[in-house]
Design a protein around this ligand. Structure first.
Ligand code: UDP
Length: 375
């Protein structure tokens, strides 16, 4: 039977779930409080330079999930793009993620892979058997000098707290390589949607059974009349923050333009703590197949997220985790609502994982319906 489904948030989560349900014949309404679709993946052309800008910071599509890769390629042509990040630290530019070039440059050596491995192992604090914190993970796997140059200051700026307070899992996102591979991501599939992420998500939403309403902030009374709600807004916001706010980091972008090429790459990190920003993104390098005379860059600053700010990174320290547990308990008690995505589940999610989870959620829902169960 045809269901009326309401989805909150027009980012990847609800776009993908909405599409799957619409294709199965259900009637889908998607609301978003902002004046554009795409959530924090939103891209648009810069008014001065015409460069495609990642409005809410750099998004590079990378995945090992073949089905997800095929899925996004259905809605946009993907151009080859390999993310090669640089970092400025102590007055020099190095290659990230830490690779053989970084190690040789940093220590002024000409080591071969096995020599470098042994060299780094000698720097590492092997007394740390089971690293729990970000700092322990760094000291165990790269040693004090590289940690202090590349991770300590950056992480302090990014998260607003000491790396001794952060979980090891954050650093586990970054590999250490004993070869010259400077591809930031180790996934099989990587690329950029040719015309940006917003047209890609527009393509997903382009279905006769999907209606999108922008500039519409969800309140719980709007769920009346719908058979089910998928909610990708902030989990605590759904409950009007009644137990307090889950902590997020927000970002401020300081835009500037430049004639020609400002930094020669898309992303330049700044490892030194004294530099107040974490990185500079030069957007035209995300579209190397286009040609632009002018350039637009964003200096990126991270800070604690206030009530009126856009949430980016869930903090997930001990304090937040216990509040999260309380909200998750409340969420389980809400009938006919599924909480999805980065904000709805309060997790640091890459785009491909978001899409994978959205596909699985939609399929689970449809199977449930098919089995005649209540939704
Ligand atoms: N990180 C760092 N120095 C860098 C890049 C990353 O210390 O130059 C740390 C930082 O704590 C960051 C984490 O590694 O939050 C994960 O990095 P990633 O590039 O995945 O962060 P994202 O681009 O998602 O913000």
């Amino acid at each position: 039977m045809n269901k009326l489904v309401l989805l909150i948030g027009a980012g990847f989560s609800c776009a993908v779930i909405g599409r799957e349900l619409a294709e199965a014949g259900h009637t889908v309404t998607i609301l978003d409080a902002r004046d554009h679709i795409g959530g924090n993946c939103h891209t648009e052309r810069d008014a001065d330079t015409n460069v495609m800008v990642h409005v809410y910071g750099p998004h590079i599509f990378h995945t090992d999930d073949e089905e997800v890769w095929r899925y996004v390629n259905r809605f946009s042509t993907f151009k080859p793009f390999v993310n090669r990040v640089k970092t400025t630290a102590k007055g020099q530019v190095f290659s990230l993620p830490i690779n053989l070039h970084t190690i040789n440059q940093f220590f002024g050596k000409a080591l071969r892979p096995e020599e470098a491995r042994a060299f780094i192992e000698a720097q590492a604090d092997t007394s740390i058997e089971n690293p729990q914190t970000f700092e322990e993970q760094a000291l165990r796997f790269v040693g004090k000098d590289l940690y202090e140059a590349f991770f300590k200051g950056y992480t302090q700026k990014q998260w607003g707290c000491s790396p001794t307070e952060l979980p090891a899992s954050i650093l586990k996102r970054l590999p250490v390589r004993f070869n010259y591979d400077d591809n930031y991501f180790a996934h099989r599939f990587q690329g950029m949607p040719e015309n940006g992420y917003t047209p890609l998500i527009e393509g997903i939403l382009d279905h006769p059974k999907i209606t999108v309403r922008l500039n519409t902030r969800f309140t719980r009374d709007m769920a009346a009349g719908y058979d089910h709600v998928f909610y990708s807004g902030p989990l605590d916001g759904f409950f009007d923050y009644e137990l307090g706010r889950l902590g997020y980091r927000t970002l401020d972008f300081e835009r500037f333009t430049h004639e020609g090429d400002y930094q020669g790459c898309a992303v330049m990190n700044y490892g030194d703590e004294q530099v107040p920003f974490t990185r500079i993104t030069e957007h035209k390098h995300f579209s190397p197949w286009e040609s632009h005379e002018g350039s637009v860059c964003y200096r990126e600053y991270s800070r604690a997220c206030g009530a009126d700010d856009i949430p980016y990174y869930p903090i997930r320290l001990v304090k937040e985790k216990s509040l999260l547990e309380q909200y998750v308990k409340k969420a389980r008690e809400v009938d006919k609502v599924t909480f999805v995505g980065r904000l709805g589940t309060y997790r640091y999610l890459d785009m491909d994982v978001t899409i994978r989870e959205a596909l699985d959620t939609a399929r689970g829902f449809l199977n449930h319906l098919e089995a005649g169960k209540a939704v």
